[in-house]
Design a protein around this ligand. Structure first.
Ligand SMILES: Nc1nc2c(c(=O)[nH]1)N[C@H]1C(S)=C(S)[C@@H](COP(=O)(O)O)O[C@H]1N2
Ligand SMILES: [Mo]
Length: 237
């Protein structure tokens, strides 16, 4: 599989996405209704273009261990000290929606899947990025275990802190999209999404849901915490 390089096309593409999101996110409430509608239309158009040109075989760049950012920055819709302390023993991950069999997985169940490591860059729309190392099962393997409807368009992720996001099926099934259980070879720290977080290096940081408690396979509800406040939905890189 080819490595994704920062070609002019991909820079242009993400610039377009971030630009539209910034316009809508930043000034939407100050804009007269007509212009807000136009910008929302541009953002939906941008989502469709990004979805159409997404190459499921193209990999996000892989970094060397010495390139890992330390300390790794925290981000959330609240300060770091308020990140939820989820009990890893009683925690379950529900996999539901358009599935053949609904699953309720504990940490040991998730550890039984093939483990995939990645050293990749997390890019936050707020203007910072950092290289980290995450590991865990592929989301696609978990979806297969649940007998997810192969035609369902979206996967929605709900978190213990009330955060949520949703992603398109091809991105959900991308080889580098994992449910990370480990960060830097240790179980995920609380602030970084314990017990399990989505790690999807082909998308912006806000798609990387932490403290995931529920995964829903669906044809409806392509939204999210930030997406519903104007960030571009597809959010590809
Ligand atoms: N549950 C939850 N997941 C979340 C967020 C959040 O506030 N709550 N913030 C998102 C954003 S905007 C970013 S950039 C990344 C930050 O992940 P980090 O704290 O590991 O750097 O988490 C994403 N996932
Ligand atoms: Mo972010």
């Amino acid at each position: 599989m080819a490595q994704l390089d920062l070609s002019r096309r991909s820079v242009l593409r993400s610039g377009l996405a971030v630009g539209a999101a910034a316009l809508i996110g930043g000034g939407a409430t100050a804009l007269p209704d007509g212009r807000r509608e136009i910008l929302a239309g541009v953002s939906r158009w941008n989502d469709r273009v990004q979805a159409a040109i997404f190459d499921p075989d193209q990999l996000a760049p892989i970094y060397k261990a010495r390139e890992i950012t330390s300390p790794f920055p925290f981000n959330g819709f609240y300060p770091e000290g308020l990140a939820p302390a989820v009990d890893p023993v009683s925690w379950r991950l529900e996999v539901a929606g358009k599935v053949g069999r609904q699953l309720s997985l504990g940490l040991l169940d998730l550890r039984a899947f093939d483990h995939h490591e990645q050293i990749t860059r997390l890019i936050c729309i707020e203007g910072w990025s950092a290289v980290g190392k995450w590991a865990g099962p592929r989301l696609s393997d978990v979806l297969d275990a649940a007998g997810a409807d192969p035609a369902a368009r979206f996967v929605t992720l709900t978190c213990a802190d009330g955060y949520w996001t949703s992603i398109d099926r091809p991105s959900a099934r991308h080889a580098q999209t994992i449910l990370a259980l480990d960060f830097l070879d240790r179980p995920l720290p609380r602030a970084f999404g314990a017990p399990a977080r989505l790690r999807i290096p082909t998308k912006l940081g806000f798609k990387n849901a932490k403290h995931v408690v529920r995964i829903e396979v669906t044809d409806l509800g392509a939204g999210g915490y930030w997406e519903n406040q104007g960030y571009g939905w597809f959010a590809g890189l």
